[in-house]
Design a protein around this ligand. Structure first.
Ligand SMILES: [Zn+2]
Length: 160
């Protein structure tokens, strides 16, 4: 079948929607989940402008999801001492997230036999910044704007 110019515009498996109207957030389908998205819909949202200091982090982080990576801070062995009630409240205030959205994107996920795991890496680009106010005691992690050595090793392992 011959593709029209209009169809070719939507040919990519990863379709990025760039908009600065999303307060610096981003989202992406995880790996091949993108193939189930309707042809004319984006599979990734980058809610930052090119000039934002967070653009590089957001783009690398969301492309990590597109390559199939989950969040490092949700690793089953992350053992982050979350102040859960405070975290629900802070994400509700900051992004309007429901408790279910926080469970899905922030707190640890149970180990899943169908997934491949590396060791927990708090320096991964797939780790959220977590300030002290979200945790009990003295635990925090800054945002890592670059791909960590462990990120590179893991990507090499899953894409040999
Ligand atoms: Zn993410």
């Amino acid at each position: 079948m011959e593709l029209s110019d209009n169809d070719m515009e939507y040919e990519g498996d990863i379709r990025v929607y760039l908009s600065h109207h999303y307060d610096g957030t981003g989202r992406s389908e995880i790996g091949t989940d993108a193939l189930a998205v309707q042809a004319h819909s984006p599979t990734m949202l980058l809610g930052t402008s090119y000039s934002s200091p967070r653009f590089e982090f957001t783009a690398i982080h969301e492309f990590g999801h597109a390559l199939g990576l989950m969040h490092a801070h949700q690793h089953p062995e992350a053992n982050i001492p979350w102040d859960k009630e405070k975290t629900y409240e802070l994400y509700r205030q900051k992004f309007g997230w429901s408790r279910a959205q926080v469970d899905l994107n922030v707190f640890p996920l149970p180990r899943d036999a169908s997934r491949t795991y590396a060791a927990y890496d708090r320096h991964s680009v797939m780790h959220y910044e977590i300030s002290n106010e979200y945790t009990l005691g003295d635990w925090k992690q800054t945002e890592n704007p670059h791909i960590s050595a462990a990120d590179i090793a893991f990507i090499r392992r899953i894409y040999p």
